[in-house]
Design a protein around this ligand. Structure first.
Ligand code: IMP
Ligand code: MG
Length: 183
């Protein structure tokens, strides 16, 4: 067991360490900054992206950006590990998106339903442009046609937890991304 996982969740095995995430986010922020987006609004899709978004906006700041930030709480997963297929708004944005360049931030791109739902919503409200940024782009068949414009890491068809991501409300506090070693 490494030092990092010696805490409260020995049943979670590290995939991406806190250090490797931090290094990757600096690169990602530089890629985003290179797009020279004016009046950038970061929309974090909650709950799963809250840790990623918190680190990403500070990396964006270090790359010279001054984004505004808002939150959209969506639900598709509920308590299970598989998508229910239906996406619902649990809490809407506070800010208007009309005329804004929006960077949509989510934790995982899996079936694509969540990202398409959020993109459609923001586009229907008149955003100028929408780019998508995910922590983990799972290389799996999508239920709907969508791709991430930016992603920190690629993943496969396995459930991951930590760094904001949960299974039944647990493990969000882990500073790393990991997989469950026990069911
Ligand atoms: P999609 O709508 O199927 O693309 O699923 C995306 C949403 O499901 C993400 O916003 C995550 O919250 C959640 N999700 C998908 N895969 C995982 C995972 O491996 N761990 C935690 N959450 C996941
Ligand atoms: Mg999510």
């Amino acid at each position: 067991m490494t030092q990092e996982q010696a805490g409260a969740a020995p049943e979670v095995q590290v995939i991406y360490s806190a250090d490797s995430i931090a290094r990757r986010l600096e690169e990602l922020a530089a890629e985003i900054a290179a797009r020279k987006l004016e009046r950038l609004l970061v929309v974090a899709v909650l709950k799963g992206s809250f840790v990623f978004a918190a680190d990403l906006i500070r990396a964006l700041y270090r790359s010279g950006l001054e984004p505004e930030v808002d939150f959209l709480t969506l639900s598709s997963y509920r308590k299970s590990r598989t998508s229910s297929g239906k996406v619902e708004i649990l809490r809407d944005l506070d800010l208007g998106v009309e005329g804004r360049n929006v960077l949509l931030v989510d934790d995982v791109l899996d079936s694509g339903r969540t990202l398409v739902f959020a993109k459609d919503l923001i586009s229907a409200r008149g955003a100028d442009s929408i780019l998508t940024c995910v922590l983990i782009d799972k290389k799996v068949p999508r239920a709907v046609n969508v791709a991430a414009d930016f992603s920190a890491f690629e993943g496969n068809d396995e459930f991951v937890v930590g760094y904001g991501m949960d299974v039944a409300h647990r493990y969000r506090e882990l500073p790393f991304v990991g997989r469950m070693t026990k069911e």
